[in-house]
Design a protein around this ligand. Structure first.
Ligand SMILES: NC(=O)c1ccc[n+]([C@@H]2O[C@H](COP(=O)([O-])OP(=O)(O)OC[C@H]3O[C@@H](n4cnc5c(N)ncnc54)[C@H](OP(=O)(O)O)[C@@H]3O)[C@@H](O)[C@H]2O)c1
Length: 292
């Protein structure tokens, strides 16, 4: 698969990464060997960016489930682990299975230590602030990331769920390599608010999360009146078309689709070789993607 820079100072990675969230949250495959098999399928296909988070789990008692799974999959994999960038996140919690933000500096530092242990490594590749915490000054959260980097606990810094203002606030404090925000045909706020454009202009890697719409909306893609005929014409799935459209939103856009089956995971990677015409892109731009 083709590669592209992850960020201004980060290495090149494959133009499509893999998100591991559904392998550890509600609805995850029962069998651990099946979860490992899904991760191995994308690693074997050459993917070199794996996205995880401490909170990809069932609840606070299960924190680190996904990171431990990624660590296990990498340990059992026969390929070259050094080529793979593992991106994780801190700054959220899962009380009783809810998703809550907690990006207090001391909590971020403790979360980072826990992630190092769960991943079984001494330095995290890409460490991302999962989301700004409205109860914590943004600078304080970013300051904790800067300190973790100075201490050598994390190599590169990323932000997630941020605005252009927040990226600009962080930039004097830390070298921002990536921004991970939602981008798919149903949700285009990353384009509308200028975040994707700002990242492109600054060579910051834009990690597009939920690129096929997430667990619920992706099921609407096969019946979509614009996407389905384009998919048929190219002999690919509508999911691949959605991912190719996401990739076309900028040279720095790296989608991180997820899947609970190797079949779906590998299907999404076919988007790497799919070139949509200007007309097809315009058709998708103009199409309605109902979230109902
Ligand atoms: N930073 C954040 O706040 C944030 C938030 C959400 C997600 N993320 C990251 O982004 C990753 C992806 O996001 P996501 O899981 O929300 O959404 P997604 O990748 O848009 O959708 C995932 C679901 O779509 C289905 N799917 C994907 N590719 C398919 C294909 N080719 N054919 C058929 N079905 C397909 C899968 O179904 P099956 O499960 O049945 O295979 C999967 O559960 C996550 O794993 C996580 O790493 C980050």
């Amino acid at each position: 698969m083709q590669t592209a820079p992850l960020g201004p100072e980060a290495p090149t990675v494959t133009v499509i990464g893999f998100g591991c969230m559904p392998l550890s949250i509600q609805g995850r495959p029962d069998d651990e060997s099946e979860r490992v098999r899904v991760i191995h399928s994308v690693l074997d296909a050459g993917v070199t960016l794996i996205d995880t988070a401490d909170v990809y789990c069932l609840d606070d008692d299960d924190i680190g489930h996904n990171e431990r799974l990624v660590a296990k999959a990498l340990a059992q994999w026969t390929g070259d682990r050094n080529q793979v960038v593992v991106a994780t996140k801190g700054g959220m919690t899962r009380p009783d299975g809810r998703w809550e933000r907690d990006a207090r500096p001391e909590r971020l530092k403790a979360a980072c230590e826990r992630s190092l242990e769960a991943l079984g490594i001494e330095q995290i590749g890409l460490y991302q602030l999962h989301a700004p915490d409205p109860n914590v000054p943004f600078e304080d959260s970013v300051g904790a990331l800067a300190e973790l980097q100075q201490e050598g606990k994390i190599r590169w810094v990323g932000l997630s769920n941020v605005s252009v203002d927040e990226i600009q606030t962080a930039e004097p404090m830390v070298n921002v390599q990536t921004v991970q925000n939602r981008l798919n045909p149903f949700f285009r706020e990353a384009i509308e608010t200028g975040v994707a454009r700002y990242c492109a202009a600054s060579s910051i890697g834009f990690l597009a999360y939920s690129p096929v719409g997430g667990g619920r909306l992706n099921k609407k893609l096969p019946d979509h009146p614009v996407l389905a005929p384009i998919a048929e014409r190219h002999g690919v799935s509508p999911h691949a078309v959605a991912i190719a459209w996401v990739m076309a939103q900028g040279p720095n856009v790296i989608p991180i689709p997820a899947a609970r089956t190797a079949e779906h995971a590998l299907d999404s990677l076919t988007a790497a070789d799919l070139v949509l015409s200007t007309e097809e892109l315009a058709e998708i731009d103009a199409a309605e993607f109902s979230r109902a």
